[in-house]
Design a protein around this ligand. Structure first.
Ligand code: FES
Length: 140
């Protein structure tokens, strides 16, 4: 699902257990596995798990704009050679503009033009099935 926040697309993607497990396999291939670099003008929510970059691992919430020059990456959810990306591909996103690739946590792969991971917008779960984008606290 894509929603708009501050004029930017925010992707809310349900991740399966296989998708979440695949993130461990990309840890040594991504440029900033724990999101230590300054990555955006947004303040992501506290309590974000550094590997899944999520409050709830089964839901990925990211701004769908490449951190290189602002193109919109395409989803590449198929794994392996069938993805057309790489034989060991675990699923993720490919920016068609200059070839940056991101894993299923929005972490950019090493040696790609994009300097940073896809930003995580402020958000909070109001209930099990309701997310508020743009705030980090209920009622803030
Ligand atoms: S804009 Fe995405 S790789 Fe250049």
């Amino acid at each position: 699902m894509t929603v708009e926040w501050r004029g930017k697309p925010v992707w809310i993607i349900h991740r399966t257990k296989e998708m979440i497990d695949g993130l461990r396999k990309t840890d040594d291939q991504v440029a900033d596995p724990k999101s230590d670099r300054k990555q955006s003008e947004f303040q992501p929510p506290e309590g974000l798990d550094p590997e899944t970059r999520a409050l709830k691992p089964e839901y990925m919430v990211v701004v769908g704009i490449c951190t290189h020059l602002g193109c919109s990456p395409s989803d590449k959810f198929k794994t392996g050679a069938e993805s057309g990306v790489a034989a060991d591909w675990q699923g993720g996103f490919l920016c068609p503009c200059h070839g940056s690739t991101f894993d299923l946590a929005g972490r950019v792969f090493k040696s790609k033009p994009a300097p940073d991971n896809l930003p995580i917008p402020p958000h909070v779960y109001l209930s099990e099935s309701k997310i508020l984008i743009g705030e980090n606290k209920k009622g803030a």
